[in-house]
Design a protein around this ligand. Structure first.
Ligand code: ZN
Ligand code: ZN
Length: 325
């Protein structure tokens, strides 16, 4: 790597909290960085599917998600309860003969739309999900493929032209075990043709995967460096690296190191909005913030989605998915 990614220890700030030694306990939430907390909340396939349906199909009711996703009522109830608890949905009563309830996205929830759009476009471009709906930009009337840009200079932004600094209390740490029953979703959701984004969910739905990829964005490429930087068990690391090669996200090199492919580098777009939402919405442990700058203009991190047609930033109310068929 050319060193432009900044220090690799930043990865511990991104995901981790205080080191927890020798147990499988998850770090307490207050000990996690904002991004670590965001992954706790969002790193779950059902949660991402529930949010996708809320944004794409404007689903607001328990029965709506149950019927759209074929999710069990107990799992749906627990996920909605968590999302209400995290201030992403709020429960609101309305009368329709009798009193019913619907789940409305709060302002915090609505701010997740850039992350959801970024997942959507990455899957469309890189994971052979071309049947996913295009996005229409109302300001210019074009169907667009949004791309990551810098809110200050409105130029494209990538992993390669950002500089990342860890907060002052950067420490290496273990990452908590991933959430229970995460891997049980796959068989059900594979039949989902509208909004299932398998590759994104494989990365975001597993915190080890997200951290390995984040470390790669920050310049890590050798097995030993992933291992020491993340405190990850060799067997787990071997498994994640193998999956990333299968997914076409990493390219193994003859010297034993791993290079991000174009597909892997493009996932930075998803990652950027995850970091932005997390740091804007969640109270991270003091000093665990991540300072990212756009190197060409020097401005602080302010990721926006830009329109391929008119090059203006996309705003939530000015874009919509075209649902065909
Ligand atoms: Zn810039
Ligand atoms: Zn446009």
């Amino acid at each position: 790597m050319d060193g432009r990614f900044g220090v690799s220890s930043a990865i511990t700030v991104i995901i981790g909290g205080r080191a927890v030694s020798g147990t499988e306990q998850e770090p307490a939430r207050a000990e996690l960085s904002a991004v670590g907390q965001a992954l706790e909340i969002l790193g779950d396939r059902w949660v991402l599917l529930i949010l996708q349906r809320a944004f794409l199909l404007r689903i607001r009711t328990f029965a709506g998600w149950r019927d759209a996703l074929g999710i069990s009522e107990s799992v749906l109830a627990s996920r909605l309860k968590e999302l209400v608890g995290h201030g992403i949905f709020e429960l609101s009563a309305y009368r329709n003969g009798r009193t019913r309830y619907e789940y409305r996205l709060t302002e915090r929830g609505l701010r997740l739309w850039t992350l959801l759009v970024a997942i959507h476009t990455w899957e469309r471009d890189w994971a052979d999900r071309r049947q996913l709906q295009p996005l229409r930009h109302d300001l210019c009337g074009e169907d667009v493929k949004p791309y990551l840009g810098c809110g200050a200079c409105l130029e494209p932004m990538s992993a390669r032209d950002t500089r990342t600094e860890p907060g002052p209390s950067a420490i290496f740490s273990r990452i908590g075990s991933s959430r229970r029953h995460r891997r049980t979703v796959r068989s059900v959701a594979e039949s989902d043709l509208i909004g299932y984004c398998p590759d994104s969910m494989e990365i975001l739905g597993d915190r080890w995967s997200t951290s390995v990829l984040a470390a790669a964005f920050l310049g890590t490429s050798r097995f030993v460096d992933f291992q020491s930087g993340l405190g990850i068990a060799p067997s787990v690391l071997t498994d994640r690296l193998r999956r990333f090669v299968e997914l076409g996200v990493f390219d193994p090199r003859p010297d034993g190191s791993y290079r991000l492919t174009d597909k892997g580098l493009a996932f930075f777009e998803v990652f950027a909005f995850l970091v932005d939402w997390a740091q804007g919405e969640l109270p991270g442990r003091e000093g665990s913030g991540l300072s990212i700058a756009h190197r060409p203009c020097g401005a602080a991190f302010d990721p926006v989605l830009l329109c391929t047609a008119c090059v203006r930033p996309l705003r939530r109310r000015e874009v919509r998915f075209i649902l065909s068929g």
